[in-house]
Design a protein. Structure first.
Length: 420
């Protein structure tokens, strides 16, 4: 479902013209659709309706509290990877009992905070982390419910930078060590082993890698039960891909759910899911204005007011994002390099992209940027972080305003010896 459609040549976000929002908020800005978030969440919920499950939105994909709250109000829990994310999630109203805590470098301070809040589970990624958690929890007279994140050494067949389930990746307990570590965990104070966890990568567009990994983990659950562990939860991570190009056909949540059932149902475990991109990726666009059109010797450059600091995915992962004019026209189609103002050649959103002839001041929409867009932005080149706007039907609200230059510049302090 596309909630950013053109009607009579005008792009709408749900039931409001994108150009109207651009009139009141200067570009560039992120624009999110509530209906899209809701639709995506309900697809997963529906797919797992007959399974005991908890959908923990991986908030790293988009940590705007309005987005978290929209999903939280629909029943989502959260997967967090830092105290900062935990604080945001709690502030947005998701209760601690629906929070799972992932990440390879949880500090004692972060563990203390999570235990004070009473989160649902820690996904422990290494033996040193296990000992640290045992120490922190027992000193607080608490017991931490944990899963071990295991590394099944499965190729997720996605971009190398977002592949996490191969043995050379830093994530999870090495497959061959899991039984031994579980034995040690069962003797530690402050630790209650309740399950296993895995996350093999992101933007996975085939079911096979998931199935291979889940089958391995299901086998491991059996072994651990034979070893006497009471394994009741299986956290399957996130990773379900979305369509970035109109002919991409990622797996349907219903097919993903059927496969999960087939592979894990016999275990009777509660299933935890950590979708990020699937929930928010297609729920966001980035609206930008053409600043200049420059005819290079070999290329035609469309220089826009958004840059790699606002959306790093094309520069960082060579990611493809559809880019469309907000107002359609019957002009001829030209090939453009769509680039930003940052002083790097890598500051490019697309090269040789066919698009109808544009002029200065025209609006463009970069699609599918709801996930890993705003959250990965920076103020590189002392550019202001761009606003985030949430639409619901024919209403919109700025859910993160554009900061002022003072707010950015005053973060620096002149060292005392410099001001003498
Ligand atoms: N759970 C864990 C433990 C994760 O590390 C991640 C993502 C997720 C869940 C959510 O995965 P998703 O459902 O969104 O695929 N910045 C990259 C993506 C990095 C993903 C990091 N981990 C990008 O822009 O493609």
């Amino acid at each position: 479902m596309n909630f950013f459609e053109h009607r009579d040549g005008e792009m709408f976000a749900e039931n409001i013209k994108v150009s109207e929002i651009a009139k009141s908020i200067s570009t560039p800005f992120y624009l999110y659709s509530t209906a899209s978030l809701t639709y995506q969440f309900n697809q997963i919920k529906e797919a797992f309706r007959n399974t005991d499950h908890l959908i923990c939105y991986a908030v790293k994909a988009n940590t705007n509290q309005a987005v978290i709250k929209t999903l939280g109000d629909l029943g989502a829990g959260a997967d967090v990877v830092s105290e900062g994310e935990m604080r945001r999630v709690l502030k947005a109203g998701i209760p601690a009992c629906k929070i799972v805590y992932s990440g390879v470098a949880k500090t004692a301070q972060e563990m203390t905070f999570a235990l004070e809040q009473g989160i649902y589970q820690f996904n422990v990624e290494s033996e040193p982390e296990l000992y640290q958690l045992s120490e922190v929890a027992s000193s607080m007279d608490k017991t931490a419910d944990i899963t071990f994140r295991v590394n099944p050494d499965v190729d997720a067949k996605t971009h190398a930078k977002i592949s996490t389930g191969k043995s050379e990746n830093k994530f999870g307990i090495p497959w061959g060590n899991v039984r031994e570590i579980c034995q040690r965990a069962s003797k530690l104070p402050g630790i209650n082993l309740v399950g296993l966890d895995l996350h093999i990568g992101s933007q996975i567009t085939k079911l096979e890698p998931f199935e291979e990994a889940f089958t391995l983990v299901a086998g491991l659950v059996k072994l651990l039960r034979e070893d006497g562990h009471n394994i009741t939860r299986l956290d399957l991570g996130g990773g379900l891909g979305i369509s970035y190009e109109c002919n991409d056909l990622p797996p349907l949540p219903s097919d993903y759910a059927k496969m999960v059932k087939r592979v894990t149902e016999h275990l009777g475990c509660r299933i935890i899911l950590e979708p990020g991109r699937f929930l928010v990726g297609n729920a966001g666009i980035l609206v930008s204005t053409v600043v200049y059109i420059k005819d290079g010797e070999e290329r035609k450059f469309l220089i826009v007011d958004a840059a790699m600091n606002d959306l790093i995915r094309p520069s960082m992962y060579d990611a493809y994002h559809e880019i469309v004019p907000v107002l359609e026209s019957n002009e001829e189609i030209l090939l453009y390099d769509i680039v930003g103002p940052v002083c790097e050649t890598g500051d490019s959103f697309a090269s040789n992209r066919p698009i109808t002839s544009m002029k200065t001041g025209d609006l463009l929409a970069i699609r599918s940027v709801g996930a890993y867009g705003a959250v990965m932005s920076s103020t590189y080149n002392t550019r202001k972080l761009i606003p985030e706007v949430l639409v619901k039907d024919d209403k919109f609200a700025v859910v993160r305003p554009r900061p002022t230059y003072e707010e950015i510049i005053n973060l620096d302090h002149i060292a005392p010896w410099l001001s003498e």
